[in-house]
Write a protein of this length. Structure first.
Length: 223
């Protein structure tokens, strides 16, 4: 009796793991794990290493989003934001735009969406769309001083034809990295007012941390 039950459970599990949604879920997990590795390298200014992880993450997220149907997790706004960031740094700009537009429709407060949409349009040479999206980023009042100052300056230079779209994107990319590193340093300094248990928690953990919290503590942020 118990043997038959075990066989049935095994068969059921095998069927579940072979369904498209199960493959999509596994791809989301692969994408997330590689995004976490990429973010560690990115915020430690190990750009070449970060890009390789972002590329692996982008491949996994692309598979997850292409599944029919995609898993419910693949459609979360935070998952789409991580996918969009991965696509951008992997050089897959059209996919970044698509993922971030979907994320923004689901959650208007994702300030990263318009930022990376604007950067992607800039990389694609689409001046008007780049300016529109970067202005939308500023209008969302994201409270990212270093980054917003750079975006404001580069929009002015783009409109005045005193810089190329590629150079403007390079400047904003550098400011983006500086902003995230500054956020992390402040979040884990004695000056922060955040409770210690919350410093690496939250759906959008990458805004202020190098890694998400584990359920029992800081996880990769415990150092």
């Amino acid at each position: 009796m118990y043997k038959k039950i075990a066989i049935l459970l095994t068969l059921s599990l095998t069927i579940f793991l072979l369904t498209p949604s199960a493959f999509a879920w596994r791809s989301v997990r692969t994408g997330q794990k590689n995004f976490e590795r990429a973010w560690q390298a990115y915020t430690y200014l190990q750009q070449d290493k970060a890009v390789e992880y972002f590329k692996t993450s982008a491949d996994a997220y692309a598979k997850a989003l292409a599944a029919d149907p995609p898993s419910r997790t693949a459609r979360f706004a935070s998952t789409l934001a991580m996918a969009g960031i991965s696509f951008y740094y992997a050089g897959r700009y059209a996919e970044c735009i698509e993922a971030m537009e979907t994320a923004h429709r689901k959650e208007k407060r994702i300030w990263e969406a318009n930022l990376f949409i604007g950067l992607s349009h800039a990389r694609l040479g689409e001046k008007a769309k780049a300016i529109e999206s970067l202005n939308a980023y500023l209008e969302s009042l994201p409270s990212q001083r270093i980054l917003s100052n750079s975006v404001t300056e580069q929009i002015k230079d783009i409109e005045g034809d005193s810089t190329s779209l590629a150079d403007a994107a390079d400047h904003i990319d550098k400011a983006t990295t500086s902003q995230f590193v500054d956020n992390i340093n402040f979040n884990h300094s004695p000056r922060t007012s955040n409770p210690s248990i919350e410093r690496c928690s939250g759906t959008y953990w990458w805004r202020n941390n190098r890694a998400p919290c584990e359920s029992t503590g800081y996880g990769l942020n415990s150092a």
